[in-house]
Design a protein around this ligand. Structure first.
Ligand SMILES: NC(=O)c1ccc[n+]([C@@H]2O[C@H](COP(=O)([O-])OP(=O)(O)OC[C@H]3O[C@@H](n4cnc5c(N)ncnc54)[C@H](OP(=O)(O)O)[C@@H]3O)[C@@H](O)[C@H]2O)c1
Length: 269
């Protein structure tokens, strides 16, 4: 265990499941205290108990729904009230909205953009100034391989929101680097978590070969190493890196043609 004076604190959104829980375990194992947030407080509490016992770290739980525009301010106030300063911010919370753009109500899209785009930028805007003052900090914004490949029919705002996260993180990384802060846009591909149960795509995506999938613990370990190294965009796994590379160097019409066929397996459109 690291001594109290040198301990650092990581705030992780979407820590009640999947990649967020795995990131909480990785940060705790690396000597960080934690602030965990998501909607399901019971899940967060049981993870917190486990991490306190296993790593002797302090863990603070804040239940919040990021679809509520007031949530980032509420989280910031709770952190300040607890006398904590956040050294590492992980914007991980997210979900998918299946179907075509016009099949969902505007309210559903509005909430989606709030969680996937606005809350990410809002939390960075609130917590980065403290990192600048302390001249150190780490920010992981969880994007996706879907933010790199061209859009396909269905799940319309998902790829767009993840492209935003990548471009936003790239700019922020360059702005904050002189202040000793590393910002990483993390781009996982298919990862075992609750994601495809929540968006009811498990049946479709289970047709994909096993080698296309990664486990959340590996994604989280690689994310931690990437932000510590200062990688600005990190794509998890060799297969996903090959797809990202091919996307960059293959004519868009060809990528679109391949995607159109392939996307049927994991996109409801
Ligand atoms: N799994 C994949 O294949 C994959 C691939 C690429 C990128 N990603 C990205 O990875 C991130 C984590 O996803 P995951 O795969 O770990 O999915 P997951 O297992 O479903 O976990 C999603 C987390 O986000 C939280 N969340 C969802 N809506 C929220 C809201 N309105 N307010 C607050 N928290 C909310 C959930 O907590 P509560 O339900 O308790 O609120 C949960 O902790 C997401 O940004 C996702 O887009 C996933």
């Amino acid at each position: 265990m690291t001594d109290v004076a040198s301990r650092r604190t990581a705030l992780i959104t979407g820590a009640s499941a999947g990649i967020g829980s795995a990131l909480a375990r990785v940060f705790a194992a690396n000597g960080f205290d934690l602030v965990l947030t998501a909607r399901r407080a019971d899940r967060l509490e049981s993870l917190a108990q486990d991490l306190r016992a296993r790593h002797r770290c302090a863990v603070h739980v804040i239940a919040a729904d990021l679809a509520d525009p007031a949530a980032p301010a509420h989280i910031f106030q709770e952190v300040t009230r607890a006398g904590l300063s956040v050294d590492a911010l992980v914007n991980n919370a997210g979900y998918g909205l299946p179907g075509r753009f016009l099949q969902s109500s505007w309210e559903q899209h509005r909430d989606f953009v709030q969680v996937m785009v606005t809350a990410v930028a809002d939390l960075c805007h609130r917590f980065a100034p403290g990192m600048v003052d302390r001249e150190r900090g780490w920010i992981i914004n969880v994007a996706s391989l879907a933010g790199i490949v061209p859009g396909s029919a269905g799940h319309t705002l998902y790829g767009a929101s993840k492209s935003f996260v990548i471009r936003f993180s790239q700019s922020l990384a360059l702005e904050l680097l002189p202040h000793g802060i590393h910002v990483t846009a993390l781009c996982p591909g298919f990862t075992y978590s609750e994601f495809h149960d929540v968006n009811r795509m498990r049946g479709q995506v289970s047709q994909l070969p096993k080698w296309m999938w990664m486990d959340a613990d590996t994604v989280a370990r690689q994310a931690f190493a990437a932000v510590m190294r200062g990688d600005i965009v990190y794509v998890n796994g060799r297969w996903n890196r090959a797809v990202a590379l091919l996307t960059r160097y293959t004519p868009e019409w060809l990528v679109n043609r391949v995607l159109k066929r392939f996307a049927k397996k994991f996109r409801r459109a």
